[in-house]
Write a protein that binds this ligand. Structure first.
Ligand code: ADP
Length: 208
């Protein structure tokens, strides 16, 4: 059974940047956002159950989920949001588990942007790594990346778990308030620690 590290952090905290640094050292990576896009893309497994609940028009002419129509449907409708999640989340978890099982890497990072919101227990994680930086830096980095305004970024952040809630579930915290270069040593230290933990788990008669 693979050693599984949940990777999370608020928007713009640097999750993708950190994930790339771990992959460069040999970690496996399963990106749940990418799985969600695949499941709702043309031919995706989530389309039929989503159409059964939300109607055929929720799929666009390109054969993929009409994401902006879906967003509008769930924006102010809590029941619709729960229905969407009840369809998507089990499919994402099943696909993620299959990818993790198929990975030959010594341990796997599972990138789950909304890990705290979804529930840390849902994924069978051995460890939770939170990428953290002060909120003003998140805003600045997302604005630079996306062209969104500060209030737009702040609105996304307000809909996500708070920084404190994320830090409360962390086994490990990676501080990304410095330069990208300063991430290297911290990532390398954690990578070594995860290799050791993975080896211990593999050797354990109970969990191996
Ligand atoms: P997330 O995946 O958490 O949304 P990203 O890794 O995409 O975050 O980072 C958000 C933006 O900030 C990207 O444009 C990225 O290149 C930049 N970035 C990430 N880490 C740093 C850093 N330490 N210093 C400056 N910019 C950074």
């Amino acid at each position: 059974m693979s050693f599984l590290v949940g990777l999370t952090g608020g928007i713009g905290s640097g999750k993708s940047t950190v994930a790339e640094a771990f992959v460069a050292l040999g970690a496996g990576l399963v990106d749940t956002d990418a799985l969600a896009r695949q499941l709702t893309g043309a031919g995706g497994l989530a389309l039929a159950p989503l159409q059964a609940v939300f109607g055929p028009d929720i799929v666009g002419p390109d054969g993929a989920l009409d994401r902006s129509a879906m967003r509008q449907r769930v924006f102010a409708d809590e029941t619709a949001r729960r229905q969407l999640e009840a369809i998507l989340h089990p499919l994402i978890r099943a696909e993620a588990a299959a990818r993790v099982a198929a990975s030959a890497a010594p341990y796997v990072l599972l990138d789950v942007p909304l890990l705290v919101e979804t529930g840390v227990q849902a994924y069978g994680l051995d460890r939770v790594l939170v990428v953290d930086c002060p909120e003003p830096l998140q805003v600045e980095r997302v604005m630079a990346r996306s062209g969104l305004s500060a209030p737009e970024v702040q609105a996304v952040m307000a809909a996500q778990a708070s920084r404190a809630a994320r830090l409360a579930v962390a086994d490990d915290v990676l501080d990304n308030s410095g330069s990208p270069d300063s991430l290297g040593p911290a990532v390398a230290r954690l990578h070594q620690a995860y290799l050791q933990m993975a080896a211990r788990k593999a050797a354990s008669p109970i969990c191996g």
